[in-house]
Design a protein around this ligand. Structure first.
Ligand SMILES: O=C([O-])CC(=O)C(=O)O
Ligand SMILES: [Mg+2]
Length: 588
């Protein structure tokens, strides 16, 4: 390996004459931006020998064939056995299953990602239902809480207040050039766990692993970012091993200036067509950032819009299962933050679309309860702006149980971030006036779920159609097995992102979220209904994502927001064929 200075830039040449897979063009062809788009100070070339084994993008471990071992100078660096990718996968799943604690499994899987990327994604795709709870909710929540002690190597970019004025340079330090999706958090509201500061990085990392595994985006196109403006978490501030800025959160102008510099730097470095997904920001910033950048940048907020699309899909599917109209439902939400108001608005929009009624009318079918009770018009003055559309005329009601009793919802939705708030009384009440109440306990991770699956089925005497944000095991009740669904935005964002990428969309329009939601609901079949499910299983997620992507792309074309021309005729095929597949490549 040699490194030289050329035009003031560091040129790292790794065995430049020996390339893998027939040359840089060939290997990087699918992955790389054209030369004139290259913006990092790095010139990459392809590794061989020991460096090849240490490069997670190219390493195949014991799967290197005899010929590859000779051609790429790895003979002798590996023991003599040759294992196929399938055998490697089998071995790894065996060893992951031996760990008792989910966090140990998380660390084993993350180590694999850092060692052998293709094997990591192969494992994740082939064992999605088993590994989703490990790389994603609930375990990712615990990983964030303990991120300081399990941190081993950077998996994304950290942009803190120290980088103010230099964010563009920081972006250029990232080794990948043709980034298509960024997931960014500021760590202030990680799942329902609160402010985890810089340790929130586990969330963008996990979300982007799903972009690849579930949606087929290339790993090299995915960039996790954590913006560190400090933390108000006292425990972290006192923790000597805390990895973030040891100061209280910057707010106001200081915060918005940093975010503004970030958004401009992203556009400058990656162009108009990089999708930025906001994740786990606190309410007070989430709505403002989305409103501020949605008309000038390609952005979407997963907690407001992604969650909304997945819940709407579940409720629409439930209408098919139960036989009923969306417009005839009454909704009560516990929690009036990003998820609650985002879902409420998308449902109101869909009802307005179906009935041609004005949205101001359709919103009145939806009632939100926050920590102060039912949101009603007499509270309007004191409400944050995002809650105001939900302040309908009604007498004050002090809590959820009271609200459920007077509104008599057919659909009860938990988006509060607070665990065990759907009490026995609440669930008995909704079950007393509905033959089949729809109960969605969306808060994550499992500890924050408004109720467990067992509670929902037991207290409703098996009547509930139940789904939750984090997964629950099947429940036996009165000799019958109930399968809880998972109402999590992981159904939506990977396919949504793929749809944006294949169409070259330059903005996210709410209609594109409705399109994603409609495609997901369309994937629920009679076979699922027969099992009481309102979501299809995650095992078929790549096909589902292709349909979501196609519907989103079709809408982007229809709205004139797509730049990839001409429009592919068959968008489902286009989505499927664009997907990254992690089988090993032949390096000869
Ligand atoms: O990450 C998840 O599982 C869903 C989500 O966006 C959240 O709870 O904030
Ligand atoms: Mg989130």
């Amino acid at each position: 390996m040699t490194s030289t200075l050329k035009d003031g830039k560091l040129v790292l040449e790794i065995c430049p004459k020996e390339t893998v897979g027939g040359g840089v063009e060939d290997v990087y062809g699918e992955d790389r931006a054209s030369e004139d788009q290259l913006v990092t100070p790095w010139t990459l070339s392809v590794a061989s020998g020991y460096t090849l084994l240490r490069d997670p993008q190219y390493n195949k471990g014991l799967a290197f064939t005899e010929k590859e071992r000779d051609a790429h100078y790895v003979r002798g660096l590996l023991p003599p056995a040759i294992l196929s990718q399938a055998l490697q996968e089998k071995k790894l799943m065996q060893s992951i299953r031996q760990y008792q604690l989910p966090l140990q499994k998380y660390m084993a899987v993350m180590d694999l990602q850092a060692r052998n990327e293709r094997l990591f994604y192969k494992l994740l795709i082939d064992n999605v239902e088993e590994l989703l709870p490990i790389v994603y909710t609930p375990t990712v929540g615990e990983a964030c809480q303990k991120f300081g002690s399990i941190f081993r190597r950077p998996q994304g970019l950290y942009i803190s207040l120290k980088e103010k004025g230099k964010i563009l340079e920081v972006l250029k330090n990232w080794p990948e050039r043709s980034v298509q999706v960024i997931v960014v958090t500021d760590g202030e509201r990680i799942l329902g766990l609160g402010d985890l500061g810089c340790q929130g990085m586990g969330i963008p990392v996990g979300k982007l692993a799903l972009y690849t595994a579930l949606g087929g985006l290339r790993p090299s196109a995915c960039l996790p970012i954590t913006i560190d403006v400090g933390t108000n978490n006292e425990e972290l501030l006192k923790d000597e091993f805390y990895i973030g800025l040891r100061q209280r959160r910057a707010t106001g102008q200081e915060y918005y200036e940093l975010l503004d510099e970030f958004m401009s730097a992203v556009k400058k470095n990656y162009g108009e067509k990089v999708l930025t997904q906001y994740e786990d920001f606190a309410n007070h910033n989430a709505f403002e950032l989305l409103a501020k950048y949605r008309t000038t940048h390609l952005v979407f907020n997963d907690d407001i819009q992604g969650t909304a699309a997945v819940v709407l899909a579940g409720v629409v599917a439930a209408m098919k299962l139960l036989g009923g109209n969306l417009a005839d439902q009454r909704f009560v939400f516990l929690g009036a933050g990003e998820a609650g108001t985002g879902i409420a608005e998308l449902i109101a929009r869909e009802i307005a679309k179906q009935t041609k009624a004005p949205i101001e009318e359709t919103r009145k079918k939806i009632w939100l309860v926050d920590s102060k009770g039912l949101i009603v018009s007499s509270r309007k003055e004191s409400l944050q702006q995002f809650k105001q559309p939900w302040a309908h005329d009604h007498e004050p009601v002090k809590d959820l149980l009271g609200a459920v009793k007077v509104i008599k919802p057919t659909v009860l939705i938990g988006s509060s971030g607070v665990g065990r708030t759907f009490t026995k009384e609440v669930i008995e009440a909704v079950s007393s006036f509905n033959e089949k109440p729809i109960i969605l306990a969306l808060s994550n991770p499992t500890t924050q779920s408004e109720c467990t699956a067992e509670e929902a089925y037991t207290w409703s005497k098996g009547q509930a159609i139940f789904a939750s944000g984090s997964p629950f095991d099947p429940v036996e009740h009165n000799g019958k097995t109930f399968l809880p669904g998972q109402s999590n935005n992981a159904y939506i964002f990977p396919g949504f992102g793929l749809g944006v990428v294949i169409s070259g969309a330059i903005r996210v329009h709410d209609e594109m979220l409705l399109a994603a939601s409609e495609a997901l609901a369309g994937q629920v079949t009679q076979e699922h209904f027969d099992k009481g499910l309102i979501y299809p299983p995650f095992s078929g997620i790549r096909k589902i994502s292709a349909h979501i992507a196609a519907n989103v792309a079709a809408k982007a074309y229809e709205l004139g927001l797509a730049t990839r021309l001409p429009r592919p005729k068959d968008l489902v095929k286009c989505a499927e064929s664009s997907m990254y597949t992690p089988v090993y490549r032949n390096y000869l």
